[in-house]
Design a protein around this ligand. Sequence first.
Ligand code: UFG
Length: 318
Amino acid sequence: MKLLVTGGAGYVGSVCAARLVETGHEVVVVDDLSTGHADAVPDGATFVQADIADVAADLLTGGFDGVLHFAAKSLVGESMVDPAKYWAGNVLTSLRLLDAMRDNGVPRLVFSSTAATYGEPEQVPILETAPTRPTNTYGATKLAIDHAITSYAKAHGIAAVSLRYFNVAGAYGRFGERHTTETHLIPIVLQVALGTRPAISIYGDDYPTADGTCVRDYIHVLDLAEAHLLALANTRAGEHQVYNLGTGTGFSNREVVQTCRDVTGHPIPADFAPRRAGDPAVLVASATAAAENLGWKPERTDLHTIITDAWAFTRDRA
Ligand code: UFG
């Protein structure tokens, strides 16, 4: 297929673009490099450096079979202090993209949604039918785009799939996580192992969990990419399917830090800091819908494997 990959110079986007190229698709990456890296665009993909909102209408006249839409602002904290950046950067940009798809009859869309659309869960594991009550602006903008996709799919026959990522981690060779502003647990802990940060502060040790720290569902970025390939192959005209992507197993922040110690052989000093605002105690996906409807089965579910791959990437880039 001829595919437009927005945000294909970013972490998840570059891994997915690499797998799309490897599986024989013709890939055009569009990325404004506001957070991505030009050298993360995989060989074999055509790269257009631009803001999608500006170029979608022109680009999509080129006979595309589908769009994978990764480009987004994705810092939860920032979304609370600068909401305009998220409503414009995520929602308005996505509407321009949907308009261009409609106008050019582009038939398929796979969208990067998030567990943040659910907010504080009433039940874990979280099903796709759970209430969507985002607790931050980032999640609210992703949910708004999900709603827009539902309408466009119905009205214009677009075959759409939203994939709600839980905590993405790990790396795929030279494609991995490198944010200028890093807020995610595993990369921060690995910076301590690398020696570029003195210690890790674990936010909160009084949560109602087995060891008092938050529990998250870590999904290997390569398993995530495989879900995108399956989603692309299983779209249905006029329908908007929504799937959680997680493993169904949670690991606590303490377990993450200890596994990083085991993988890196570094003592990784840790202290406890107050809870971070808006952090739910436990976020674990029910991934049965993606298994049943897409035939997706994550294969790298072991935390040690996920962190080993992330560490290999971090060390190589140092
Ligand atoms: N944490 C620390 N210390 C740090 C950084 C994080 O203790 O220095 C903790 C957090 O408090 C949380 C856990 O590590 O308990 C995981 O935090 P991350 O920031 O790595 O990930 P989140 O679970 O907050 O966020 C992830 C995605 C978001 C998405 C969200 C869905 O990164 O994009 O899941 O709920 F919105």
